[in-house]
Design a protein. Structure first.
Length: 326
C-alpha cells in the first residue's frame, strides 16, 4: 500500500532525528556523499510517497553510474562506426545496449536504503551502493565476456572474429564502470592493436556471397527487396559482401510471409518465417543453416516491416556462425 508523506511533525529514521528542530532536515538530504563515506556512492530521492522517494533514490544512483561512462560508450561506438567497413547495425546496437543494461541492473540490486525522512508533504530517502561489491559483480560479468572474446578470436575464423567485435563495445563500457567504481583497469584479453591488424586483413578482401530467395508467387516485390537488403547488412557486419560476381558462397533463402487481417479495422498482422541454407560453390557442398521468425502488427506492410526488421536481423546475426561460411 502506498502512503503519503503528510505529517504534523518531522520524522526520520536517522541517528540525528531527536536533535532536529521543527522545520529542520537531516544533513544527508543536501550532502548525501558526506554522510556515506568513500566506499559508498549515495544519492537522495524524494517524492509524495516513501515508495516513490526510494525508487527515485535508486534511479539517482543509476544515473551517477551511467553519467560516469556515457562518453566512453559514445567514443567506443563511434570508433567502430568509422573503422573501415565496420559499421554497427541497429540490431548490434540493441544487443550492446541490452548487455550493458542487464549487467547494470544486476549491479544495482545491491543498492540499499539507509535513511528515510518525512517532512510535511515530501518524503526523502537516502540510497547507497557499495562500490567495491558493485565493481566485483561487474568484473565477474566482464570475465564471462572476455572468455567468449578469447574463444572466438582463437578459432581464427572470419565469422567468429566479427562476432567477437560485437562484444567489445559493451564489454568496454562495463570495464569503464569498474574503473569508475574501483579504479581498477581491465584490459581486453586480446591486444587492441592485434585486433585492428586482423580486421585490416579481413577488410582487404571480403568473400562474395550470392543470395537466392525462393518465395511464393504472390509475394510483393518490396518484400523480396527488404529481405535482400536485410541480409546484405548482416553479411556486411559479419565480414562478407553481397555479390553475384565470382561468389565463394551461396545462401539459399526460403521465405514464408503470412498476413492476418485483424478484427480491429485498419490493422494487419504479418508473420515472417525464413530459412537460410549455405553452400560452397566451388565443390557444391552444404555448409550450414539457420532459421528466424518474427511477427508484428501495424497499419500497413511498411509499418510491420519496420518492426520485424531488427528482430530478424538480430536472430540471424546471433546464429550467423551456424552458416559456417569459413
Amino acid at each position: 500500500m502506498f502512503g503519503g508523506c503528510s505529517s504534523s511533525r518531522n520524522a526520520s529514521s536517522g541517528d540525528d532525528a531527536s536533535a532536529l528542530l521543527p522545520g529542520q532536515k537531516p544533513k544527508w538530504i543536501n550532502s548525501p556523499q558526506d554522510y556515506c563515506g568513500e566506499q559508498y556512492w549515495c544519492a537522495v530521492g524524494e517524492g509524495a510517497g516513501m515508495m516513490t522517494a526510494q525508487t527515485n533514490a535508486r534511479k539517482n544512483i543509476a544515473l551517477m553510474l551511467e553519467a560516469s561512462v556515457k562518453s566512453n560508450f559514445q567514443t567506443t561506438t563511434t570508433h567502430q562506426q568509422t573503422t573501415q567497413g565496420g559499421g554497427i547495425s541497429g540490431s548490434s546496437q540493441q544487443e550492446t545496449t541490452a548487455m550493458i543494461q542487464e549487467a547494470t541492473e544486476e549491479t544495482l540490486r545491491g543498492v540499499t536504503i539507509k535513511e528515510q525522512f518525512v517532512a510535511q508533504d515530501t518524503c526523502y530517502a537516502l540510497a547507497s551502493l557499495d562500490r567495491r561489491q558493485a565493481a566485483k559483480d561487474l568484473q565477474e560479468k566482464i570475465e564471462e565476456i572476455d572468455t567468449k572474446i578469447e574463444s572466438l578470436y582463437q578459432t581464427g575464423k572470419r565469422s567468429s572474429f566479427y562476432q567477437m567485435l560485437k562484444l567489445i563495445p559493451g564489454r568496454n563500457v562495463l570495464a569503464e564502470k569498474v574503473l569508475t567504481l574501483s579504479g581498477k583497469t581491465l584490459a581486453l584479453p586480446v591486444a587492441w592493436r592485434e585486433i585492428q591488424n586482423q580486421q585490416r586483413i579481413y577488410e582487404a578482401q571480403r568473400p562474395a556471397v550470392k543470395i537466392v530467395i525462393d518465395h511464393e508467387e504472390d509475394w510483393a516485390g518490396r518484400d523480396k527487396k527488404n529481405l535482400q537488403h536485410l541480409l546484405q547488412k548482416v553479411l556486411t557486419e559479419n565480414g562478407y559482401q553481397l555479390s553475384s560476381k565470382r561468389p565463394t558462397f551461396q545462401i539459399n533463402v526460403t521465405a514464408d510471409v503470412r498476413a492476418e487481417h485483424l478484427k480491429v479495422e485498419g490493422f494487419i498482422k504479418r508473420t515472417w518465417q525464413i530459412s537460410l541454407k549455405s553452400e560452397r560453390l566451388a565443390d557444391e557442398t552444404s555448409r550450414g543453416s539457420l532459421e528466424a521468425k518474427a511477427e508484428a502488427t501495424g497499419r500497413n506492410d511498411k509499418d510491420v516491416w519496420r518492426q520485424v526488421e531488427n528482430d530478424l536481423a538480430e536472430q540471424i546475426g546471433q546464429q550467423f556462425l551456424d552458416l559456417n561460411l569459413d
